[in-house]
Ligand binder design. Structure first.
Ligand SMILES: Cc1cc2nc3c(=O)[nH]c(=O)nc-3n(C[C@H](O)[C@H](O)[C@H](O)COP(=O)(O)OP(=O)(O)OC[C@H]3O[C@@H](n4cnc5c(N)ncnc54)[C@H](O)[C@@H]3O)c2cc1C
Length: 380
């Protein structure tokens, strides 16, 4: 059993940390307050190969493994989750093209994302469809060589800045079985009938763009169908282990960032004539925060390693996602407490970590859904 990271892993971590300290930290509060997408930082991240990190090298990506992507996410999210998500989500949805796309689709869609020229998104959720993905009602009907798409997608990351979206559509309403009859289609944002409206006022990850998409008789060619018609669910299940592990890494990063900020603050702040880090109550908080963060790291890295080995890890990926997101929320909460009043305003990053942490328990399958999966797997 080998728990250590290789020298190459550590180099990736160090480079990402330098980038985050120099480019992200000085701008984090500004983008959060303005709720604007950090195009300039994303462009710089693309030059470093951090955008589309898992896109294969032959299509211009860095071809990072899941473990390497986890290390990158942990580091970026430990500095600012909103900007980190803006960077890492630039390639949302492209996993489907990477695995099931045609050569033409890979060249058309993966290459520009890896080059930082285009931004993608994954459009699954709808106003009436969240946890129960099988109730998706966006409809795609075949008309000659084209698909005609109608529906509304909700909460779509990159919705108002993205160039194309992998859209989950119902293509055969009469299909037998709850999970049959759905397909994934690429929809470019400049198609007639496509519109988006940015959602503002989010609790956290405010630099990251979120929008509602309306598809009104949008026509896309047959060549935009990804993989097998009517088999989108089977295709999507293929990535859950990877994508849930990715959100676990986000939670881990937030916990790490909140812990590091608390260690600094606890040693600087004095009350009753001594550093608050000398109070056992504060020491115990720090000890608990560090232990939980380390446990989340072990679960997340183990899940990532298994994904890279090609192992089926449905239960482990859900455990990592559920646990690391809970740790993010708990550790960020204690971080604010350690900062006292100073933690309640945006002078310190822990206020942002506290707000940003919550989303990791919601997207990519809520905490409750992860627990349903873990229990199902245990009882199977
Ligand atoms: C900032 C942000 C970004 C997002 N980005 C994307 C994106 O890029 N693409 C995309 O497609 N979606 C995206 N989402 C949507 C996200 O995936 C959904 O919000 C999430 O899946 C939950 O769905 P819902 O909001 O409809 O909640 P609901 O499904 O309505 O759930 C409400 C509550 O009921 C619980 N619940 C539901 N079903 C069960 C059950 N069977 N057992 C126990 N409890 C249950 C849930 O856990 C939750 O607590 C994003 C959301 C946000 C807020």
């Amino acid at each position: 059993m080998e728990f250590g990271l290789t020298e190459e892993h550590q180099q990736i971590r160090d480079e990402v940390r330098r980038f985050a300290e120099n480019e992200i930290v000085p701008n984090a509060e500004e983008y959060d307050t303005a709720e604007t997408f950090p195009h300039d930082i994303v462009d710089e991240a693309a030059e470093m190969g951090l955008v589309g990190a898992s896109i294969p090298i032959e299509y211009g990506g860095a071809g990072y493994s899941t473990l390497e992507s986890v290390i990158i996410a942990e580091e970026l999210f430990s500095h600012d989750p909103g900007i980190a998500l803006s960077i890492m989500a630039c390639s949302f949805g492209t996993e489907a093209i990477r695995e099931f796309g045609t050569e033409d689709q890979k060249e058309r869609f993966l290459e520009p994302v890896a080059a930082g020229e285009k931004i993608s998104g994954a459009a699954i959720s709808e106003p009436d469809t969240g946890s129960d993905v099988s109730s998706v009602s966006t409809r795609a009907e075949k008309d000659g060589d084209e698909w005609v798409i109608n529906g509304t997608k909700m909460w779509i990351t990159n919705g108002s800045v993205g160039d194309f979206f992998v859209v989950l559509c119902e293509t055969d309403p009469d299909a037998e079985g709850r999970y049959n009859g759905f397909s994934q289609l690429v929809v470019e944002a400049d198609r007639d009938g496509f519109s988006s409206e940015k959602i503002t006022g989010k609790m956290g990850i405010r630099a990251s763009d979120t929008a509602e998409l309306v598809l009104d008789d949008v026509r896309v060619p047959e060549e935009n169908l990804i993989g097998t018609r009517d088999a989108a669910f089977m295709q999507q299940m293929y990535f859950f282990d990877e994508t849930r592990t990715g959100v676990a890494a986000q939670g881990l990063g937030i916990a790490k960032g909140a812990l590091e900020a608390s260690l600094d603050y606890a040693q600087e702040r004095e009350q009753f004539g001594k550093s608050i880090s000398e109070f056992q109550a504060i020491q115990h908080k720090l000890a608990d925060m560090a232990t939980k963060t380390e446990a989340a790291r072990n679960l997340t890295y183990k899940a990532a390693w298994n994904v890279d080995q090609g192992n089926d890890i449905t239960k482990l990926a859900s455990m990592a996602k559920e646990y690391a997101s809970r740790v993010a929320v708990d550790v960020a909460d204690e971080a604010v407490q350690i900062h006292g009043g100073a933690g309640y305003v945006n002078d310190f990053p822990v206020e942002r970590f506290y707000r940003d942490s919550k989303i990791t328990q919601i997207y990519e399958g809520t905490t409750e859904i992860q627990k349903n999966i873990i229990a199902r797997e245990l009882l199977d």
